[in-house]
Design a protein around this ligand. Sequence first.
Ligand SMILES: CC(C)(COP(=O)(O)OP(=O)(O)OC[C@H]1O[C@@H](n2cnc3c(N)ncnc32)[C@H](O)[C@@H]1OP(=O)(O)O)[C@@H](O)C(=O)NCCC(=O)NCCS
Length: 195
Amino acid sequence: MALLLPTEIDTLHYKPIRLSETTITELMIPSYSNFGGKIHGGILLSLMDKVAYVCAAKHAGNYCVTASIDTVDFLAAIEVGELVSLMASVNYVGNTSLVVGIRVVSENVKTNSVKHTNTSYFTMVAKDEKNIPTAVPGLILETQQEVRRFVEAIRRKELRQSYRQEVEQIKAPMNYEKCEHLLTGQRCKLMINSK
Ligand SMILES: CC(C)(COP(=O)(O)OP(=O)(O)OC[C@H]1O[C@@H](n2cnc3c(N)ncnc32)[C@H](O)[C@@H]1OP(=O)(O)O)[C@@H](O)C(=O)NCCC(=O)NCCS
């Protein structure tokens, strides 16, 4: 990778990550909770989508849509009364798409304890006035962490491509005799009506 001096970079077509970094903090109110008293996963997803949109739109300078989400694992439950902060930054850009990395932490204001509850990667696509995908500015990587995140995003993209191909094979027409061994030890009974 060629290292460019700041004056050599076309700042109209490349932007630093820091300009679109976004944090949203929200108080977890009782109406966000489920029957078990913990915060609904859907509430968190909605907040993550919101912060991803703000971050992506700031970088793209355009309206953006969510194309896909690279795994959401809920690592710890969130309680009513906690303060949830969602920190988003652009990790990677393609032509019209960009990957926004989001780290979610939840803080108990009484004890000051902070727990990490999620890290996810949202792929957003910029759209023009005619709702057609449109080019986004490139990224100026200014820190080693930004380079690491960019490279990790390339590797996740490659993994997703091979995962998609594998999943297509899973959907191929089924041969029951060949698949029987996969069912051994599983909690199912075959009661197929041969009529
Ligand atoms: C996502 C969407 C924009 C893709 O449109 P498309 O006509 O297939 O566009 P293209 O094939 O030209 O792809 C555009 C970019 O999106 C990326 N992309 C498309 N589908 C994707 C997916 N499922 N995951 C990740 N990236 C995807 C492509 O890789 C491409 O990136 P690049 O330009 O950086 O190389 C389109 O399917 C869409 O608008 N979906 C609905 C989005 C929406 O409403 N989201 C809210 C959820 S309710």
